[in-house]
Design a protein around this ligand. Structure first.
Ligand code: ARG
Ligand code: ZN
Length: 884
């Protein structure tokens, strides 16, 4: 592990390497504690300077150049430098190293999990496997031979096509793999494990037969089907939407229990966190099914956007991530719409924006704020962020909005025709879009260097005499003056609730009711004609740009838009804004020690949505869900988590009590008959029923609690069971909650993925706030549970992550015990797994927004952690930025 202060790497310092690798042949003698890697590279000169190889934590056994022992080798901070004769343009370099997978607790490089060996190389894990110019702009042809004990490691997988395999002496065997495509080292992967496989043969659009495989541990085959279906759907979608086909004969997905992130797009051999592969109705919720579908799609889509065309350097990460998130969002939206209609598509957009606002907006407003194409970093692993991924996807979406689906497709075609097989930059992508469409995107490029969430101020003025409505839109950039190119979709709603036709001054009378306006100046004024009565503006429809809209709207207007806005996204957003306003006022009361009051008009507006049977259950479920607590905290100044929680408890109780009959009625009416199937219509009904149980249980309504207990402990599928359990744990009915938790534990004690849910639901539970046992005491006790493990990232995210992020009122305790616990966990995790530690360290980065007493308690812990010399570069970067 690197512990010393890491240097800052800058985007503008990019230099090509003097030596690149054209072909590499790897021979692995695999063993859990001592794996030997023989690496033979055919290197080619492309500039002046030594051959640079990165290496980390490797024991070097030999190094030869063109068959002779290397002489001029220098050790550097990051690996080796080798001087080669000035007149040499080519060299065959062979290096043999040894590493210990079982000691690799960082889960980067080659590591041991559940008896098998697995790799994770993005971003810089390959240098922990062998000495190599471990950068994405070095693209080589890989051949890989794996040799291992056959009994311990019966399955041997690597990238590309299997070209040879067989038995060796002493119970060993081997497999040789050849990847016909050039690739950077971060896309290398191997698996040596005892696994079983689900297989399917499909024919691509051009008629090639391909073998699809999902590899899982024995006993999990009945949970692999949904991942396989998702893979086939992804293939079909990319063929139909972008004309992109699978380019290999074989495509493999492997589920791993210990995995730092979600999944990894290694060429032809995707490695997945098991939670994004395994699903059956008894163990996975609708949300899990949805996530699996989108992560499988995401990794599959990377095969073109990421692998065939990759990044020149890690500053370009959003080139592949923003684009691929956009592609997976579009895919999921199309899948949902095909099964559940346009309303299902709107729900997907709402969910995506909810993630953006909850995770990315706070990041962009805090000390880790960075452009989607960052300018500098210390630990690249810290930059796999909501900004690079989610905001990056919003930037791509704006291009799609500006150019239209066809123009975007043309731009993609041109991008591939220019750059297939290359490592390129974000500029290359936007230039292809620009050229294919004959549009100037220079101003649009500013989105790539823009930091912080831009604001859009809107002001409307109605002139009855002139029958005109004037809308003034002003953009405010947090980081500069140069205006951005912002697409704004907008409409005007007439007094009766119908959209008005939009005619701008000087135009012929129009019929269109939603228009796309392109803002390029700091201030844009739009004059709409033929307007007879003051309209209500509906701006940024579909969330057409990742900005914060500032528009004065009173409660009446918000209620009006909640009832009438024809844009489903904005209708939802109106409800969110109204909820936000009510909750902030209630929290202010709570902070003063007063009993928060729920305004009557809000109750009517909420009730009207609940009772609107014309709206799909799925839509009502998202529309009636309160904004995430993390988002609310971000809007509060100072952020007072305990006051916020009091307000939420009162509001939830009120909504449950007052609307109890409606929730109960709907719970009965919307029950889904028959066996579980993953389908948006069914999922929507289940979501709305579970939401109803949450409100009912929060209010302690006895019929609601009874139904929740029955559903949590009865014979149902995981979606209903977990929905009911989640309702019970946030209920004053703590006896019922305890029964349900114990029942759940008894049923699933041996199922690690399901137990993650059990840990998380307790760590995030509200009510312990009023009971004898605070959440922290429960969490400390749960750390001793036999199903818990400090070496499994999913467990860390479930128990600690849920406490830090999903339970702010309990974490930000006035006595500072939450922060002390946090600091202890970071210290401990730092030594095991810096990437996981650093993610957990980030939960306090916005500490300056807290109340003064909490600020000083948090600051003290951050300072104490920073005094530790053994802190990893990952954690240090986060904490130093936090302290500012
Ligand atoms: N490329 C992977 C994906 O988005 C994620 C890799 C994350 N790596 C990391 N070091 N955090 O699918
Ligand atoms: Zn990705």
């Amino acid at each position: 592990m690197k512990t010393e202060h890491a240097p800052t790497i800058r985007r503008t310092d990019y230099q090509p390497l003097a030596w690149t690798v054209e072909a590499v042949d790897l021979y692995f003698t695999l063993d859990a504690t001592a794996t030997v890697v023989r690496n033979r590279m055919r290197c080619r000169r492309q500039g002046t300077g030594p051959l640079v190889l990165m290496a980390e934590g490797l024991e070097r056994l030999s190094l030869t150049i063109d068959g002779a022992p290397a002489e001029t080798v220098r050790e550097t901070d990051t690996g080796l430098e080798i001087d080669l004769p000035d007149d040499a343009d080519e060299a065959v370099v062979e290096v043999v190293t040894r590493c210990d997978p079982s000691a690799n607790t960082e889960l980067s490089g080659l590591y041991h999990s559940g008896g098998g060996l697995y790799t994770q190389c993005e971003a810089e894990g390959f240098r922990r496997i062998t000495a190599y110019p471990d950068r994405p702009d070095v693209m080589a042809r890989f051949t890989v031979t794996l040799e291992a004990d056959k009994a311990a490691f019966p399955v041997l997988l690597s990238n590309g096509n299997l070209v040879d395999s067989g038995d060796l002496a002493d119970g060993r065997h081997f497999a040789k793999w050849d990847d016909p495509f050039l690739k950077p080292s971060y896309l290398f992967a191997l698996v040596a494990a005892d696994l079983v496989v689900l297989e399917r043969r499909e024919t691509t659009r051009s008629g090639r037969e391909v073998l699809l495989q999902v590899w899982v541990e024995d006993g999990n085959l009945d949970r692999a089907g949904h991942a396989m279906d998702s893979l086939v759907h992804s293939m079909r979608w990319d063929e139909a939407t972008f004309g992109l086909e699978l380019d290999l004969d074989r495509y493999m997905i492997v589920a791993v229990s210990d995995f730092n992130m979600g999944a990894m797009e290694n060429k032809g051999l995707n490695l997945f966190n098991a939670k994004f592969v395994l699903a059956k109705p008894e163990t996975a919720t609708d949300v899990d099914y949805e996530h699996i579908e989108s992560v499988v799609a995401h990794e599959y889509f990377h095969n073109w956007t990421g692998n065939r065309v990759t990044c020149r350097d890690w500053f370009q990460l959003t080139l592949k991530e923003g684009l691929t998130v956009f592609r997976d969002q579009q895919f999921s939206a199309d899948m949902l719409a095909a099964a559940g209609g346009e309303s299902a598509r709107a729900v997907k957009r709402i969910e995506d924006v909810r993630v953006l606002r909850t995770a990315q907006f706070p990041e962009d407003a805090g000390p880790m704020a960075h452009p989607i194409r960052p300018d500098e970093y210390q630990a690249i692993d810290n930059f796999y962020t909501a900004t690079v991924y989610e905001k990056g996807a919003e930037v791509i979406r704006m291009l799609h909005t500006l150019l239209g689906a066809e123009g975007f497709r043309n731009g993609m075609d041109l991008y591939f025709s220019y750059h297939d097989g290359q490592a390129v930059t974000c500029d290359d992508f936007v230039e292809a879009m620009s050229e294919a469409n004959g549009v100037d995107l220079d101003q649009f490029m500013r989105w790539y260097s823009q930091r912080g969430t831009p604001r859009l101020r809107a002001e409307g003025r109605f002139d009855a005499a002139a029958r005109q409505y004037t809308l003034t839109l002003t953009q405010v950039r947090p980081d500069g003056d140069a205006p951005l190119h912002i697409p704004v979709a907008l409409g005007l709603i007439g007094p009766k609730g119908a959209d008005l036709p939009l005619t701008l001054a000087g135009e012929a009378v129009g019929t269109v009711t939603t228009r796309l306006v392109e803002l390029k100046d700091t201030t844009t004024t739009l004059v709409f004609e033929g307007i007879d009565a003051e309209p209500v503006p509906s701006l940024l429809r579909g969330f057409s740009a990742p900005v914060i809209l500032e528009l004065e709207e009173d409660d009446r207007r918000l209620a009006f838009r909640m009832a009438h806005d024809s844009d489903p996204f904005n209708r939802w957003d109106a409800a969110q804004r109204y909820m936000l306003r009510v909750i902030l006022a209630m929290s202010a009361d709570a902070a003063k020690g007063e009993l928060p009051q729920v305004p009557e008009p809000f109750m009517s507006a909420f009730g009207a949505l609940l009772h609107n049977e014309k709206l799909d259950p799925a839509y009502r479920a998202v529309a009636l869900t309160l904004p995430a607590e993390a988002y609310l905290l971000e809007q509060m100044s100072p952020a007072d988590p305990v006051a916020l929680r009091r307000a939420l408890i009162v509001l939830m109780r009120h909504l449950g009590e007052r609307l109890a009959d409606s929730w109960l009625g709907l719970d009965t009416r919307l029950a889904v008959a028959g066996d579980y199937r993953y389908h948006p219509a069914d999922a929507g009904r289940r979501a709305l029923r579970s939401l109803g149980l949450r409100y009912l249980c929060a209010a302690g309504v006895s019929q609601g609690v009874e139904r929740a207990l029955a559903r949590a402990t009865g014979e149902s599928h995981m979606t209903d069971r977990f929905g009911a359990l989640a309702a019970l744990v946030n209920s004053p009915a703590s006896a019922e909650a305890a029964i349900a938790l114990a029942d759940f534990e008894r049923r699933f004690a041996k199922d690690a993925l399901v137990m993650d849910k059990w840990f998380a639901i307790q760590a995030g539970a509200w009510r312990w706030i009023d009971s004898a046992q605070p959440a922290l005491a429960r969490i400390e006790a749960l750390m001793g549970h036999p199903a818990f493990s400090l070496s499994n990232p999913n467990k860390i995210y479930a128990l600690f992550g849920a406490y830090f992020r999903a339970n702010p009122a309990e974490f930000h305790r006035a006595d500072g015990a939450g922060y002390r616990f946090w600091a202890d966990r970071i210290r401990d995790l730092n030594g095991r797994n810096p990437q996981v530690a650093s993610r957990m360290a980030r939960v306090l980065e916005n500490w300056r927004r807290l109340t003064p007493a909490l600020q000083s308690a948090a600051q003290a812990q951050i300072k104490a952690l920073l005094a530790d010399k053994a802190l990893s570069a990952d954690v240090r970067e986060v904490l130093e930025k936090a302290l500012g």
